[in-house]
Design a protein around this ligand. Structure first.
Ligand code: TF8
Length: 338
């Protein structure tokens, strides 16, 4: 008996108390409600992924961490929610990276047209060192960038005429995101770019305040733009990422276990969202045709002309302090293409 006690004492001394009890120590989760606001409808790729995140997080934490989704910009537009996160009035959101340029200018780099050739390149660059480094720049500004989701390749819609070439865009009042790269790009294409928050877009289209807009086909479907837009041009001019954000103020008060669970649920939601969005996008064009939209496939030659026309937007972004981030992004894409 004495021998056994001695052996136990030795074992404990070696592992240390913390180590010995680690295996049975319950994870440190406090009951928390996480307000997760987003701009699209509940029945959208964005809404489905928020739900996936909430379910996954709840499962991981035995129901302690509860994310509650707030759809359709009910907590505010993308930029309003970013500010609510910075101030600590809201815990989480998912926004277009394009709407972050007022906080970290370098995020405009993703909006330069025709950068990514396909989703595979985008995934590798966003999840790799380039995307992580850019996301880390948000920390000083009060935001934690968790993962990138896919918004998708953007396409044009309008009520005026089918757009098959640059000239067709002449004079079209086109809503763009509140981001200088988009404004410069579409003005250089001959359109009249009107920056507006997404939350005001449907009404602006309905009342003809603007003639058109540009978004991925999934969003054109889930936001019912087919009800107020006739022509769809498949241009895929920009690959648009979404980024899932947490309030840094709130994040800093979480336990290590809570942070880990949220991070893991975020990664799971990312994988779910990309798969779901890609499957939905394949069906969306047919759906939009059935709803009466007239679809124009823009030729590669025309897309090359657009790319040429967009050069001034590239140059301006570079001259405005973006030269290095463009160089880094192009290098990251080159690595993936090899
Ligand atoms: C846009 C974006 C939006 C998203 C969404 C509100 O056009 O593509 O669809 O940011 O989160 O504003």
């Amino acid at each position: 008996m004495k021998k056994l006690i001695n052996a136990l004492a030795v074992a404990l001394a070696f592992t240390g108390t913390a180590g010995a009890f680690h295996a049975v120590h319950a994870a440190d989760y406090k009951p928390r409600i996480i307000r997760f606001g987003y701009g699209l409808a509940e029945d959208s790729n964005q809404g489905r992924a928020v739900k996936h995140f909430a379910d996954d997080l709840s499962k991981r934490t035995g129901g302690k961490l509860k994310a509650r989704g707030f759809a359709s910009a009910s907590l505010g537009s993308d930029t309003q929610m970013q500010n609510a996160l910075i101030g600590g009035a809201q815990e989480m959101t998912v926004v277009s990276t394009a709407t972050l340029v007022g906080i970290v200018k370098d995020f405009g780099v993703y909006d330069l047209p025709f950068l990514f050739a396909n989703e595979k390149e985008a995934d590798a660059v966003l999840d790799g060192p380039f995307g992580q480094k850019l996301a880390a720049k948000l920390q000083d500004k009060g935001l934690v960038g968790l993962v990138y989701w896919e918004n998708g390749f953007r396409n044009l819609t309008n009520t005026k005429r089918p757009v098959a070439k640059l000239e067709d865009l002449q004079g079209i009042k086109l809503r763009v995101m509140q981001n200088p790269v988009y404004i410069d790009m579409f003005n250089s294409f001959g359109a009249n770019a009107v920056p507006l928050p997404f939350s005001e877009l449907f009404t602006a289209l309905e009342t003809k305040t603007v003639d058109g807009q540009e978004n991925p086909v999934n969003t054109i479907q889930s936001s019912k733009f087919y009800e107020v837009q006739k022509y769809l041009s498949l241009t895929k001019h920009v690959y648009s990422p979404w980024i899932v954000l947490a309030s840094k103020k709130w994040w800093d008060g979480l336990s290590a276990d809570e942070k880990k669970a949220i991070q893991e649920a975020a990664v799971s939601s990312r994988d779910f969202e990309r798969k779901d969005s890609r499957e939905a996008a394949v069906k969306a064009v047919d759906f939009l045709k059935e709803k009466g939209m007239q679809v124009t496939v823009v030729s590669d030659a025309e897309l090359a002309r657009m790319r040429e026309k967009a050069k001034p937007a590239f140059d301006k972004f570079a001259a405005d302090g973006g030269a290095e981030v463009i160089k880094d992004l192009q290098a990251a894409i080159a690595v993936v293409r090899k």
